[in-house]
Design a protein around this ligand. Structure first.
Ligand SMILES: Cc1cc2nc3c(=O)[nH]c(=O)nc-3n(C[C@H](O)[C@H](O)[C@H](O)COP(=O)(O)OP(=O)(O)OC[C@H]3O[C@@H](n4cnc5c(N)ncnc54)[C@H](O)[C@@H]3O)c2cc1C
Length: 490
């Protein structure tokens, strides 16, 4: 820019400063760097500015200005999305909700009323004094925000028993793409009209900005037990999951780690003495009344013995439980420490097919010469294949991304879905054209238009245009056209 010349966006920046105050608008290049991407690190784009409103009224004013001037807005919480949803479109305004951080616990209602910028973990920390907790617990919970959780319909370890975010939100306030407020706080379990609350949960910032959420809190269970079981093969580990669920047992968490995960976690925390000779391990958390936990433990032990159990550990006190859980929680940090590039391919498959799908992914990874590590929310059938590669080596990133596409296609073939809990963002737009037909994509687009008539909210994310699907070959699995015909059918 020439010295003394006016910044092309200067009138917009001045307007934002007038609304939220100078301190809360950033447009210096260095200040914008942390906002150039989310946790899908390899896609970055520079926004025009970052605007941090203090309350719903300021959110409305900023959005009305943007709607009037057709300025694109990228909503953002903590930026931990793994699918590019919070990555700005070039020249857009990043609207960060982090300053809206009020928390009220309403023990008599078993609810919490929170601002979207509250970090997930804070809800349970505040609720604990009343013997309550908030169930959805993404592994990123110490950083990610409730607004981001609602926008992504986040899952977590405990969702196998307590449901996803959508099952634990009872109300919300939303500012739509015209800057108008919609109050979706139902006062009873059933409300007349369409279920807008479910519609906005998982809408990835395309239908509006969540400015408040009313969350369901649950009583802290009287007893919790964690079992860590090591098995001979990955298939044994996955089959144990199917057997537990088939027996009518309802675990509070059921996480699988493969051999590569165990090796990674062991290198990070050798003190845990993990069995690195095991083909896989299963972390099973049980919560509830003591008698039920004892009875389920006996049944589970019998099941494990039928599936080549190598070793079983049990933890009842909180310190020991957290120690066992740290095996699972340390895997991603351990992988990030040792790999140049890491990509998490998230998809969901029917639980009973977990073992078969896992074997096939491992075979596809071997064929592509890409290292794959599997640690995932098995109770939900939610696979997280972590691909490790080095983008400096020619062709390696392309092979990794092709493998990620094959995993999506395999999930669809198995009757699952292209995304388990990480959303679509920019990452899986093309997969939407595989999972849905033209009519369905058109309905998504029409709904979006109702909430955001000027298409300023997070364009280019989550819902592809039909034109884009056509560009991508219009592949639609239900019409028989396989994205990767070489894959074996289920
Ligand atoms: C190490 C790691 C582990 C993870 N583990 C899990 C896991 O176990 N389960 C899981 O589900 N996810 C997981 N994630 C993904 C991510 O943490 C979740 O998607 C989380 O919900 C994102 O919250 P956020 O505040 O970071 O949102 P952001 O990343 O800032 O935004 C996510 C999306 O929501 C939109 N958005 C944000 N705030 C608002 C708002 N107030 N109103 C409207 N739209 C908004 C954004 O535009 C974007 O599309 C993990 C990520 C990492 C890095």
């Amino acid at each position: 820019m020439l010295e003394g010349s006016e910044h092309p966006n200067s009138s917009a920046i001045a307007a934002f400063r007038a609304i939220v105050g100078d301190r809360w608008v950033m447009d210096e290049p260095a200040a914008l760097v942390p906002y150039e991407c989310d946790a899908l690190f390899h896609l970055c784009e520079r926004p025009m500015a970052v605007v941090l409103p203090a309350d719903e009224e300021e959110v409305c004013k900023v959005l009305r200005y943007c709607a009037h001037h057709r300025i694109v807005v990228t909503p953002r919480g903590a930026g931990t999305s793994l699918s590019g949803g919070a990555t700005p479109v070039m020249g857009s305004v990043v609207l960060g909700l982090n300053r809206l951080r009020s928390i009220s616990i309403l023990p008599e209602a078993g609810q919490a009323l929170v601002g979207p910028g509250v970090r997930n973990v804070m809800v349970s920390e505040h609720a604990q004094a009343h013997g309550l907790f908030f169930a959805p617990d993404p592994s990123s919970q110490s950083a990610c925000t409730v607004g981001g959780n609602v926008a992504e319909n986040a899952g977590g370890v405990h969702c196998v028993k307590y449901g996803l975010t959508v099952n634990n939100v009872v109300g919300a306030r939303l500012v739509d793409g015209s800057g108008s407020v919609l109050d979706l706080s139902g006062s009873s379990l059933d409300t007349p009209g369409f279920d807008f609350l479910s519609l906005i949960t998982g809408s990835e910032g395309l239908l509006g900005l969540i400015t408040e959420a009313r969350l369901r809190l649950l009583p802290v269970p009287p007893k919790v037990r964690v079992l860590l079981a090591f098995f001979l093969t990955p298939r044994d580990t996955c089959d144990a999951v199917t057997s537990i669920i088939s027996a009518g047992i309802v675990p509070a968490g059921l996480e699988v780690m493969d051999n590569a995960s165990l090796i990674a976690a062991d290198s990070y925390s050798p003190g845990l003495r993990l069995r690195t000779d095991a083909g896989g391990a299963l972390l099973c958390e049980l919560d509830g009344q003591s008698a039920e936990i004892e009875s389920w433990t006996e049944q589970i032990k019998a099941i494990f013995k039928q599936h080549s159990l190598l070793e079983l550990r049990q933890a009842d006190d909180q310190h020991e439980r957290l120690e066992l859980w740290s095996a699972r929680k340390n895997i991603l940090p351990a992988l990030l420490r040792t790999a140049r590039d890491v990509y998490v391919a998230d998809c969901v498959v029917p639980r009973r097919l977990l073992g078969e799908v896992l074997d096939r992914i491992n075979q596809m990874a071997a064929d592509a010469s890409i290292e794959v590590v599997q640690s995932f929310h098995a109770g939900d059938g939610n696979l997280h294949s972590v691909l490790r590669y080095d983008s400096r080596i020619e062709g390696e990133e392309e092979r990794a991304m092709k493998l990620a596409d094959q995993i999506m296609a395999l999930a669809l073939e198995a009757g699952g879905s292209i995304s388990g809990e990480h959303g679509i963002g920019t990452e899986k737009l093309h997969g939407m054209c595989w999972q849905f037909g033209a009519d369905e994509i058109d309905i998504f687009a029409q709904i979006r238009k109702l909430f955001d008539p000027h298409s300023i909210l997070n364009p280019g994310k989550a819902i592809p245009t039909l034109h884009r699907c056509a560009e991508l070959g219009g592949m639609h699995i239900h019409e028989g056209q396989m994205p990767h015909p070489d894959l074996p059918r289920f």
